[in-house]
Design a protein. Structure first.
Length: 318
């Protein structure tokens, strides 16, 4: 779907809350003007603003509606208020609603979700060519409450979130780096299809999660033409690691019921994409899964002290 290719630049509205391009002095109005430039991804008719109120040190934007659509799907969200406040030290603090909805509709797809954030604080600093966004939040998460009309409760919540997003403007593009860390990530899944008596219930917790990326976005890069990306100068390097994870699940349909638990020790994943290769590697330690499946008279136990993958694929002649 083309609409989802576009969303790679702003996969959710939360991406706009974490970083944009550089401006000269960091004033409230300048930060908002740069955000408006990034909102151009939604097209001429894709952005609607109810009001914009400016004072000596603040800019308040209300009733911001963003929409994007093509022949396959549409994405819509609405934010009641965003406030840009100058701190008197050359930085700007950005605050916004503690929750806002996102609706995705397409051929055979209807998805309703809510972004929720508590204690979110974004401070913008930097200079004309280098911008830094420092982000903290007590919690930040996404809740999915409707999938194709089915009763759904899916939550992914990060706790005690800290991070930074940095941009550096070059002659032929922009460097983008970010680091994010969370004490824990809580996961909840509760799906009850309306056309069956089955269900999917599960939960999990990931401890000490960290993610980082470093990328270069050349001017004129078009993600809707993937065949041109590798020769454009685009590069990406990033990954994540965590200290451990625990999951439980209970899946049932008219024929069978399965329950189980999964535990892991620390894990790491990394990826590299550039003009020469695509590389992917991952490693997890102390994996253990215990399952009871249907009417099987015995449990299923699988364990491994360590498992991993390492894959490299060239994209240019050597």
């Amino acid at each position: 779907m083309n609409v989802f290719h576009k969303l790679k630049g702003a996969v959710s509205v939360s991406a706009l809350m974490i970083g944009t391009s550089a401006a000269a002095d960091v004033t409230a109005l300048q930060v908002w003007e740069i955000w408006q430039e990034d909102l151009e991804i939604y097209g001429v008719d894709g952005t609607s603003i109810g009001s914009q109120v400016e004072t000596d040190d603040t800019v308040t934007v209300t009733d911001l509606t963003l929409s994007m659509s093509d022949d396959d799907a549409s994405v819509t969200t609405r934010i009641d208020a965003i406030v840009f406040t100058e701190n008197g030290d050359g930085t700007v603090t950005v605050t916004m609603d503690e929750s806002y909805p996102i609706s995705i509709k397409g051929d055979g797809l209807s998805l309703g979700m809510t972004v929720r954030q508590s204690g979110m604080n974004i401070v913008v600093s930097g200079d004309e060519d280098n911008f830094v966004y420092d982000v903290t939040a007590d919690s930040y998460g996404i809740e999915i409450d409707e999938v194709d009309g089915d009763e759904t409760d899916i939550k992914l919540i990060t706790n005690n979130l800290t991070g930074s997003y940095e941009t550096a403007t070059q002659d032929d593009g922009r460097e983008i780096n970010y680091n994010i860390a969370a004490d824990t990530i809580d996961i909840l899944v509760d799906i009850k299809p309306t056309d069956s008596e089955g269900y999917i219930v599960g939960g999990g917790k990931i401890d000490m999660f960290e993610m980082r990326t470093a990328s270069f976005m050349p001017d004129g890069l078009d993600f809707e033409k993937p065949e041109e990306i590798f020769g454009s100068g685009f590069s990406f390097e990033g990954g994540y690691n965590f200290a451990g994870a625990n999951y439980v699940f209970d899946v049932s349909d008219s024929d069978m019921n399965s329950t189980g638990t999964i535990q892991t020790g620390n894990g790491v994943l990394s990826a590299v994409v550039d003009g020469q290769k695509i590389a992917y590697s991952g490693n997890t330690k102390d994996f253990a899964m215990a399952m009871q499946v249907g009417e099987l008279p015995f449990p299923i136990d699988i364990s491994a002290s360590e498992y991993g993958i390492n894959l490299t694929m060239p994209v240019a002649a050597s």
